[in-house]
Design a protein around this ligand. Structure first.
Ligand code: PRP
Ligand code: ORO
Ligand code: MG
Length: 193
């Protein structure tokens, strides 16, 4: 799939929002990719994740035992990508602020790829990689549907993105005036009770 085809799926799903958004990293942005509006359509999710699975296969990362995704946003694309790769899918979720694999067993030495929905700074992917390494897993790579950093994010391992889409993001104390004039909303789940 081309970048334009991926973005067209987001656009036709009403998933490209404009306003003033507080991102998971704390950065602020005038654009938010509300992936949930894509994932509500199983056939659109299938098209994107099948293409992501093909990219992962083409990267020749060696055997993959599991996909692990950070909740919430990563769960649906992780599951659907796992279906196309023929491997099980698991997720990490926050407990006391830390991402943990609360519901699954993971053998030491298991080869894992981390699948995210959207990567902005790579912070959530990095947290997932570190949690898995602490359990003895071998993280062979990260993958996502859209990389908002266009290659700049540091996930701790190589990142395979179905599409790169550079979107501006600013520290909260360095907002352009047109962004500062809008009320800020935080659509993601990090920091929710
Ligand atoms: O690369 P980063 O700077 O970490 O940003 C990307 C992360 O932000 C979103 O998650 P969020 O924590 O907002 O919650 P969600 O998964 O429930 O949407 C998204 O799902 C990624 O996990
Ligand atoms: O950085 C984020 O938190 C983020 C950006 C985005 O466009 N979409 C999303 O779900 N999260
Ligand atoms: Mg997330």
């Amino acid at each position: 799939m081309t970048k334009d085809e991926v973005l067209a799926v987001f656009r036709e799903s009403g998933a490209i929002l404009e306003g003033h958004f507080i991102l998971s990293s704390g950065l602020r942005s005038p654009v938010f990719l509300q992936k949930a509006r894509v994932f509500q359509y199983p056939e659109r999710t299938e098209i994107l994740c099948k293409a992501l699975a093909e990219r992962i296969r083409a990267a020749n990362l060696g055997p993959i035992d599991y996909i692990v995704s950070p909740a919430l946003g990563g769960i649906i694309p992780g599951y659907e990508t796992a279906r196309h790769l023929g491997v099980p899918a698991m997720w990490v979720e926050r407990e006391g602020g830390e991402l943990r694999l609360r519901r699954f067993n993971l053998e030491k030495g298991a080869r894992v790829i981390v699948v995210e929905d959207i990567v902005s700074t790579g912070l959530s992917s990095r947290e997932t990689v570190n949690a898995l390494r602490a359990m003895g897993a071998v993280v062979v790579g990260c993958a996502c549907l859209i990389d908002r950093s266009a290659g700049e994010a540091d996930c701790g391992v190589p990142l395979i993105a179905l599409a790169e889409y550079k979107v501006p993001a600013y520290p909260a104390d360095a907002l352009p005036p047109e962004l500062a004039a809008l009320p800020a909303v935080k659509p993601g789940s990090r920091g929710l009770a």
